[in-house]
Design a protein around this ligand. Structure first.
Ligand SMILES: NC(=O)c1ccc[n+]([C@@H]2O[C@H](COP(=O)([O-])OP(=O)(O)OC[C@H]3O[C@@H](n4cnc5c(N)ncnc54)[C@H](O)[C@@H]3O)[C@@H](O)[C@H]2O)c1
Length: 302
């Protein structure tokens, strides 16, 4: 039984027992997995027919692997899957203690989702967005009760990555920030608090600087992607260098992230290097197209 706390005169639960997730793609499914494993009932909604079922099938496969590696028992995996319910409407996903949104990174769509969530959810439901870089204040701008809207930026793959960046929007209340930190911890994650929703928050801003500066080093002929990746691994202990990372997540994704931070901040530090623009224009997007900074058409070259 969850403990009851007082939040501005209204009772709220200390621990989340029922979580709604909007968007059953890569991130939504990952968040559903960690929540279900943590004992939380999950309602998963996606506008695309069959996406929630596909998400659950993917989670089931992931949990099978964990059982095979003896990280969890068969009974624990089965119980986790049974906690995840695909639902057909956003309103059904909004009936729990908290909702995490993980839909496509477009401001108009996120604003629409939050306007609907704010109407459908109870007044004390925590509403979190997993946006990578859009301002929480903008996402919450058209919703009623923006004080309960907060950023919870998870990382991919969610079950493996330890951090959640909790981001405060202009109107986010202290109680909401506390509850988001609590939910992150319930999901087995560490968190950092970002006290203002400036472009790129902390992690996307840092990553943008790293990948852009690494690209400029190559443009200026100081070194090669392979050497710079080795330097980051051996000198800084990074698991993966910036070029291998861009190739994995998509050179276009890096360019879009940099552009978004540059446009929001108007700060020349974040102006994307020409090489990134030319690679995207030419279709060298990384592993997904067979070539990025490395050539994957013959894996021996990578
Ligand atoms: N992929 C990453 O590494 C990563 C990391 C951190 C944060 N994010 C952020 O997480 C969010 C989701 O990213 P993703 O990689 O999971 O994308 P994805 O494309 O894998 O999944 C998005 C899902 O949202 C669904 N969707 C779209 N509009 C919807 C709506 N109105 N209602 C319900 N569902 C809707 C789509 O059908 C799709 O299944 C984005 O904001 C992204 O920036 C992504």
């Amino acid at each position: 039984m969850a403990m009851e706390l007082e939040d501005q005169g209204a009772p709220v639960r200390a621990a989340v027992q029922e979580l709604g997730i909007i968007g059953a793609g890569l991130m939504g499914s990952g968040i559903a997995q960690v929540a279900a494993v943590a004992g939380i009932t999950v309602r998963l909604f996606d506008t695309q027919a069959g996406a929630a079922d596909r998400g659950i099938a993917g989670i089931s496969k992931q949990l099978d692997k964990r059982v095979a590696r003896e990280k969890m028992t068969r009974a624990e995996a089965d119980a986790a899957i049974e906690r995840i319910h695909p639902v057909g409407t956003l309103a059904e996903a909004a009936t729990g203690d908290a909702v995490v949104e993980a839909v496509i990174e477009l401001i108009d769509i996120k604003q629409q989702v939050f306007a609907e969530l704010a109407e459908a959810a109870g007044p004390h439901t925590l509403l979190a967005t997993n946006t990578s870089a859009l301002p929480i204040t903008d996402i919450a701008a058209t919703a009623t009760g923006p004080e309960r809207i907060v950023g919870m930026h998870f990382f991919s793959p969610v079950p493996a990555m330890g951090l959640v960046e909790v981001v405060r929007g202009y109107r986010t209340s202290d109680a909401t920030v506390d509850r988001a930190l609590g939910l992150a911890s319930q999901l087995g994650k560490e968190s950092i608090l970002v006290s203002r929703d400036d472009a790129g928050f902390v992690t996307s801003r840092l990553m943008t600087v790293i990948v852009q500066e690494a690209t400029r080093l190559v443009e200026e002929g100081l070194s090669t992607p392979k050497e710079i990746d080795r330097a980051c691994q051996l000198a800084f202990g990074h698991k993966m260098g910036p070029f291998a990372t861009m190739d994995l997540t998509g050179v276009d994704v890096s360019l879009r992230a940099g552009n978004s931070i540059f446009e929001q901040s108007n700060d020349p530090r974040f102006a994307p290097p020409q090489l990134l623009k030319r690679m995207v224009a030419a279709g060298d997007l990384g592993r997904k197209t067979g070539k990025g900074f490395y050539d994957y058409r013959n894996e021996a070259n990578a």
